[in-house]
Design a protein. Structure first.
Length: 131
């Protein structure tokens, strides 16, 4: 199921080309913002991913394949980040994942501040992290 969801939520290649033209200081925040933008455009699928992760915490039969899938995606993100010459390496990518996951959880469930723009928050927070 996660593979299907990720296939539907895959980034637009043209948008990735645009993002690739940014300098390293702008790229991390722009990528984080784009991930949030993409997932919030399909909130039902983004919530399904959250539900899958929650189910994986309860069910080892779900945890094993989902965990492997998520870790492989993370490793691909690290490779992309490094190949693009973005700062911070693996630790920066992990922080970005945690940042994006928290922003998405808030935006897709009970928002702490309904006036806050999640995409702008992802960009600004990633910039503050130096990613």
């Amino acid at each position: 199921m996660a593979q299907r969801i990720f296939a539907v939520l895959a980034p637009d290649s043209r948008r990735l080309e645009e993002l690739a033209s940014l300098d390293a200081a702008e790229a991390g925040p722009a990528y984080a913002g784009y991930v949030v933008e993409r997932l919030l455009a399909r909130p039902v699928l983004a919530r399904a991913l959250i539900e899958l992760r929650l189910e994986a915490a309860r069910n080892p039969e779900v945890a094993e394949p989902l965990g492997a899938f998520l870790r492989a995606g993370f490793e691909a993100d690290v490779e992309f980040h490094n190949s693009r010459g973005l700062p911070g390496g693996r630790d920066a990518v992990l922080r970005l994942h945690h940042l994006v996951n928290g922003i998405l959880l808030d935006a897709l469930t009970i928002r702490l501040d309904s006036t806050a723009d999640p995409v702008a928050q992802a960009r600004n927070s990633a910039a503050a992290l130096g990613s």
